[in-house]
Design a protein around this ligand. Structure first.
Ligand SMILES: Nc1ncnc2c1ncn2[C@@H]1O[C@H](COP(=O)(O)OP(=O)(O)O)[C@@H](O)[C@H]1O
Ligand SMILES: [Mg+2]
Length: 266
């Protein structure tokens, strides 16, 4: 079951190495409806990864709340899958063994987890011939597909993606974006994705949240009302360009207030 995510007056202040407080994020409030795909875009260092870490239950906020299905997030949960820019595969394990790792940790037997991982390969855009390859034999794009498979095989209700394709070349990135879109359409998970790429954000998302400079606050909440299924060619449409320019205006700090505001609560 996809679940609603919400943050309410969330802030996080780090302690700098010099010992003074470093406000990294917020105050920020927003909600992501169950089954929605929402992207977060904002300047480098504005607290996007911090937001992901709080929602993943890896760090606690300084003030405010982060909620998954109305429950405070206090620790990592198997309902929430997280993916970062680096694939972080285990180099001594094959593709199949990497994808199946979460099943191994929950005690699924070897034959069943191999079959489950094999079933994922085509959905991830990976050929069978890579099943028993090692990470050192994979391109960056393929490694990220394996990392995505390792997250998806647990069938999480929520996906948190922190610039998952940020290190890939643009063609690979485009292809993997389309694959992610297809996988999401099949699974209908709640997704919050951090990206620097406006085109990718528009293609994938129902809404785009634009954050200010550090400490990141919400400066625009832009709905993406383009029909689905979407295609790369949609990026040439006038409506697509209009949304892209709204995002750019938000990023440049020239935004006047909000688009549609979706406050957390019910
Ligand atoms: N563990 C930490 N301790 C101290 N400062 C941190 C820590 N992690 C991140 N920061 C600082 O907090 C700010 C926000 O970081 P981050 O969330 O990684 O930003 P983003 O992902 O948007 O680039 C940055 O100024 C960063 O240097
Ligand atoms: Mg980051």
């Amino acid at each position: 079951m996809p679940a609603r995510l919400a943050v309410h007056d969330l802030t996080l202040t780090y302690q700098s190495p010099g010992g003074y407080p470093l406000p990294a994020l917020g105050p920020i409030s927003f909600a992501v409806d169950a089954g929605a795909f929402v992207s977060v875009i904002g300047p480098s260092g504005c607290g996007k990864s911090t937001l992901i870490r709080i929602l993943a239950g890896l760090v606690s906020p300084t003030t405010g709340q982060a909620l998954l299905a109305q429950q405070a997030i206090r620790q990592p949960s198997s309902r929430v899958g997280v993916m970062f820019q680096e694939a972080n595969l285990m180099p001594w394990r094959t593709v199949i063994e990497n994808i199946a790792l979460p099943l191994e940790l929950t005690g699924v037997n070897q034959a069943a987890r191999r079959q489950a991982a094999l079933d994922w390969l085509p959905r991830l855009g990976l050929g069978d011939e890579f099943a028993d390859a090692y990470p050192s034999e994979l391109s960056g794009g393929m490694a990220q597909r394996v990392a995505l498979g390792r997250v998806l095989i647990q069938q999480p209700d929520v996906l948190l993606l922190d610039e998952p394709f940020g290190a890939l070349d643009s063609l690979t990135r485009e292809q993997i974006t389309l694959d992610l879109m297809r996988v999401w359409a099949l699974n209908n998970q709640t997704v919050l994705m951090v990206t620097h790429n406006i085109q990718e954000a528009i293609l994938l998302s129902d809404r785009i949240l634009v954050l200010s400079q550090r400490p990141g606050q919400l400066i625009a909440d832009i709905p993406v009302d383009l029909p689905r299924p979407r295609h790369i060619d949609d990026s040439y449409r006038a409506e697509f360009g209009a949304i892209a320019s709204q995002v750019r205006i938000g990023l440049s700090g020239r935004s006047r207030g909000f688009g549609k505001v979706d406050l957390p609560g019910t």
